[in-house]
Write a protein that binds this ligand. Structure first.
Ligand SMILES: NC(=O)c1ccc[n+]([C@@H]2O[C@H](COP(=O)([O-])OP(=O)(O)OC[C@H]3O[C@@H](n4cnc5c(N)ncnc54)[C@H](OP(=O)(O)O)[C@@H]3O)[C@@H](O)[C@H]2O)c1
Length: 268
């Protein structure tokens, strides 16, 4: 049997942080497999990377909200003679608004993408990652440390990503697989528009570029860190979330979200 070529699989590589992660891994010599729904974006990024002299990434068009997506990704990799050395679960989206009034089906789709697909892809390729002495990078959020009135399902989905990935970090260490959860604060991408936010996601001093976030995630994964929170201001938020009573954190997040809703309603 011929050995399969190691690749880094990056989900959500058609926009935002995923594009920056793809460029970062490629810059460090990884061959990539790019996953998302928008083929034209993935092909353009694959061309851009090929033009730098790196191998042209594999393009895998998949809707991760559909059951069976991980199997289809595995099949596409095997057909190309490849297997994952690193898996980067970055695809995800958020919604802002009151959970009881937001579209319920859409909130359940968020759970499918942010939690179910991430879990499936984290577990589906453990043997390959162990064989290749590779690792897993899951993109959580600073929101994962906070309860999130005004974006309840999104914050809860990222709390799941944080808890699950931190637990896997310990479980997979014995198999030589590095596992890191990357928890950025706000990053200017298509995320805010998809979430239904007009204007800034949060105060500017918390904001970091996708490139900085991707570089921090890459470095942390290669160093075998369990948790990466890019930027000093976001580390302070994390510290505050750990020391303040939960009811105060709930009040602070809720009031920030309701001020944003009021400003948005006034501007509309
Ligand atoms: N931006 C922020 O402020 C921020 C902060 C903290 C954490 N994060 C997290 O960072 C990750 C990336 O977000 P981003 O800011 O880069 O958002 P983005 O610019 O909206 O990009 C989201 C990516 O996910 C992909 N995606 C969405 N639905 C998908 C589906 N059903 N199947 C496959 N791919 C899908 C999109 O590709 P297609 O539409 O082509 O499928 C796109 O490539 C998310 O997990 C997000 O929660 C973002």
């Amino acid at each position: 049997m011929t050995a399969l070529r190691p690749v880094t699989v990056i989900t959500g590589a058609s926009a935002g942080i995923g594009v920056a992660l793809a460029r970062e891994f490629s810059r460090h010599g990884h061959e990539l497999a790019l996953v998302a729904r928008r083929r034209d974006r993935l092909e353009a990024l694959a061309d851009e990377i090929a033009a730098t002299g790196q191998p042209r990434p594999l393009v895998i068009v998949a809707d991760l909200m559909q059951a069976g997506a991980a199997g289809a990704i595995g099949d596409a990799l095997r057909a190309a003679g490849a297997e994952p050395r690193y898996v980067v679960n970055n695809a995800g989206f958020g919604l802002v608004g009151i959970a009881a009034t937001l579209d319920r089906a859409e909130q359940l789709q968020m759970i499918d993408l942010n939690m179910r697909a991430l879990t499936e892809l984290s577990l589906a390729f453990v043997d390959a990652m162990a064989r290749q002495r590779g690792g897993l990078l899951n993109v959580g959020s600073i929101a994962g440390f906070l309860p999130g009135p005004g974006s309840a399902v999104y914050y809860a989905s990222k709390a799941y990503v944080l808890s699950f990935t931190e637990a896997l970090h310990g479980e997979l260490r014995a198999r030589g697989v590095k596992v890191t959860v990357l928890c950025p604060g706000p990053v200017p991408t298509e995320f805010a528009a998809r979430a239904g936010v007009k204007g800034e996601l949060a105060p500017g001093r918390l904001t970091q570029t996708a490139e900085r976030v991707a570089a921090a995630g890459y470095r942390g994964l290669m160093r075998g860190k369990r948790l990466v929170v890019p930027g000093l201001a976001n580390k302070i938020v994390l510290l505050a979330a750990r020391v303040l009573p939960r009811r105060i954190v709930l009040r602070l997040v809720g009031s920030r979200q309701s001020k944003r809703r009021a400003a948005q309603a006034q501007a509309a």
